[in-house]
Design a protein around this ligand. Structure first.
Ligand code: ATP
Length: 625
């Protein structure tokens, strides 16, 4: 089960290339079935570092738990020895009229039995507490770290994978910590302890028993080699099932709208089938291993009984020693059976730790500045500037914005229009610093966004996306998202300012109405009004708004438009505009094509021209006619 052995078995032929050497960092190697040997060593070292950092704070307790388990095993192992003394010395002495030896034996047996039970209790309580603390720590680390990671990471890693890290992977560790380590320690201690005791009791017979170790070692080696891959496959399959499940649940609307149920079912069926296949392979390996261990154990016992009985009959061995021998032999082989289960826990936990440590190793692309610059107080918005910004989503991806230059004075409302895929959302996301430019800089009041502290940035720039995500909780909680300390009066004032108060007050419990997950109870227009109230209350210097494309009925559209005008007042605004009415209230319109600004001017100026915007304007007007 040693780490290098394990890796060598699966990757001994592959040699790490320089490219591979870098490709193992973070979650990069997660889906790779076969990694180079050197890489696998690095992954294991990383897992060990994580495990070390989790255990270190509990080292004292862990040593105490180890002490308890060693003492428990010693007390348990004393049992057959005491029985041997009782049979060989206690009973003859008692027959001869001296019951003291027998009394001592009984007392010792009671003390070791009670002591063993007590020590077991202490061990289980302490190890349980350490396990729970370690898991709590790890669960919080994963959650905290996942929240810190940049959007770009989450876009490619998917929530299903994060969930399987937090659920099935943590469960694997839980299994190992709860039962696996206990079984492993007990197995090692009792096998080693019994081997010594057998040698002390009767060396020739002990050597006979230990000879049975040769086939056992061979079968154990075979077992770890085969079970490792089998268990890894089961972990991989279950992770895929979780990812598929989460994706289906997240996209339930699309699933039902496009009747994807049966397709999803067949994908799930396939995944389930491969999980069953992997599991039955693993169980087959366990069954063979257990069978062999039992067989060797029973044959050893039969041999010991036959030879032992012959020697007892000839006076060459005491009956008590033979009794102790047979009792020890039972305990010798039983824990070896458990080792099959430990192998499952161990392999699963190793694979889980490897993945979790990879996730924790990922660094956010968007880093907090080491020496943040404090923005000066503002009134009426802040200026936004793109200086020679070039942007691509990934180092090897296509350039989405080639040398983008733009200056938006404080307080200006700018509408971005352009064909789909032109780069409008990308510009918006750069202003909110969801990403950093590949080169050049985005500046807020002349300060590079990379130098603005996260707190300052979140207070200054708010992005309202089309998604208008509502968290579980009340309408009031949702409005107060950007300012959790806001009073109820402030929340209501914000809703009033954007004209959302009428519909909110008409809800069953007004501001306290639970919006349910994803706003199931609110219409698209209402969700947008809540999002505007949220933005109004947050009162950012710069508002970035991706206007919803869903068409609203005329009264709602008008209400949303009025709300928008209240939200835009006294701040800088960048709107990805989909409605003509929105574009017309902007101070300035930018037409974006292929990541470049191709037209720039006031709505009136652009309409008067013969460019793209003038065509768009005509088309819009025609659609309204
Ligand atoms: N997360 C991403 N990873 C990689 N490429 C992306 C990502 N988001 C957008 N792109 C690509 O960047 C380009 C610009 O996309 P962007 O979303 O900025 O366009 P848009 O003008 O906002 O389009 P729409 O109006 O359809 O939202 C597109 O080619 C798109 O495929």
């Amino acid at each position: 089960m040693s780490a290098p052995q394990d890796a060598a078995d699966h990757a001994k032929d592959s040699v790490e290339s320089p490219r591979e050497a870098e490709a193992w960092r973070g979650v990069a190697a997660e889906d790779t079935e076969e990694v180079a040997y050197a890489t696998s060593l690095k992954l294991k070292a990383r897992s060990r570092r994580l495990l070390g950092s989790l255990i270190r704070p509990h080292l004292g307790q862990a040593l105490l738990a180890l002490l308890f388990v060693v003492a428990d095993n010693a007390a348990t192992l004393a049992g057959p020895l005491i029985i041997a003394i009782a049979i060989d010395s206690g009973i003859p002495a008692a027959i001869d009229g001296d019951p003291s030896v027998m009394a001592w034996c009984v007392a010792a047996y009671v003390i070791t039995s009670v002591g063993s039970a007590g020590l077991r209790y202490l061990f289980l309580r302490l190890s349980g507490r350490i396990g729970e603390d370690v898991l709590l720590d790890l669960r919080m680390r994963i959650f905290r770290h996942s929240q810190r990671l940049s959007l770009s990471f989450h876009e490619s890693y998917t929530s299903g994978k994060v969930i399987s890290r937090l659920t099935s992977d943590l469960d694997s560790l839980d299994d190992l910590l709860e039962d696996g380590l206990d079984d492993l320690l007990s197995a090692i201690l009792s096998v080693a302890g019994i081997a010594v005791l057998l040698l002390v009791l009767d060396t020739p017979m002990a050597l006979l028993v230990l000879a049975g170790f040769i086939p056992l070692l061979l079968v154990t080696r075979w077992f770890y080699r085969n079970s490792g891959q089998a268990y890894r496959d089961t972990r991989g399959s279950i992770a895929k099932i979780i990812v598929q499940f989460v994706e289906t649940m997240n996209g339930m609307r699309a699933v039902q709208a496009f009747r994807r149920e049966s397709r999803n079912e067949s994908i799930m069926d396939e995944l389930n089938e491969s999980f069953r296949g992997a599991n039955s392979k693993a169980l087959n390996v366990v069954a063979r291993f257990t069978m062999t261990v039992r067989l060797v154990g029973n044959l050893s016992l039969a041999m010991v009984l036959a030879i032992g009985a012959y020697r007892v009959a000839n006076g060459g061995l005491e009956l008590g020693v033979l009794t102790a021998f047979t009792l020890y032999l039972r305990r010798f082989y039983d824990p070896l059976d458990d080792l099959a289960m430990v192998a499952n826990s161990y392999t699963s936990a190793t694979a889980a730790l490897e993945k979790i440590s990879g996730l924790l190793e990922e660094e956010p692309d968007v880093l907090d500045p080491a020496n943040p610059v404090t923005l000066r107080p503002h009134a009426g918005g802040r200026s936004v500037q793109f200086a020679q910004v070039e942007f691509r989503y990934s180092p090897t991806g296509p350039v989405v914005l080639p040398k983008f230059d733009l200056t938006i004075p404080a307080g200006q409302t700018v509408a971005l229009v352009g064909a789909t895929g032109a780069g409008k959302s990308t510009v918006a996301k750069l202003v909110a610093r969801f990403y950093d430019p590949s080169s050049g800089a985005v500046l807020l009041d002349g300060v590079d966004l990379r130098s603005v502290s996260d707190v300052d940035l979140r207070a200054s720039v708010v992005m309202v996306t089309q998604e208008n995500f509502l968290f579980a909780g009340s309408v009031a909680d949702n409005i107060a998202l950007g300012r959790p300390d806001a009073t109820r009066a402030e929340i209501e004032a914000a809703a009033r300012a954007v004209g959302a108060d009428t519909f909110i007050e008409a809800l069953p419990e007004g501001y306290d109405t639970d919006v349910r997950k994803r706003g199931g109870r609110l219409s698209a227009g209402q969700r947008q009004m809540v999002a505007f109230s949220r933005a109004f209350l947050a009162d950012p210097a710069v508002l970035v708004l991706d206007e919803a494309t869903s068409s609203l009925d005329v009264p709602t559209e008008r209400a949303v438009q009025t709300a928008l005008e209240s939200v835009l007042a006294d701040r800088t605004a960048l709107i990805i505009a989909h409605r003509l009415s929105t574009v017309l209230i902007a101070d300035r319109v930018l037409v974006v094509a292929d990541g470049r600004i191709v037209e720039d001017g006031s709505p009136a100026e652009l309409i008067a021209n013969t460019g793209h915007f003038a065509d768009l304007h005509t088309a819009w007007q025609d659609s309204l006619a």
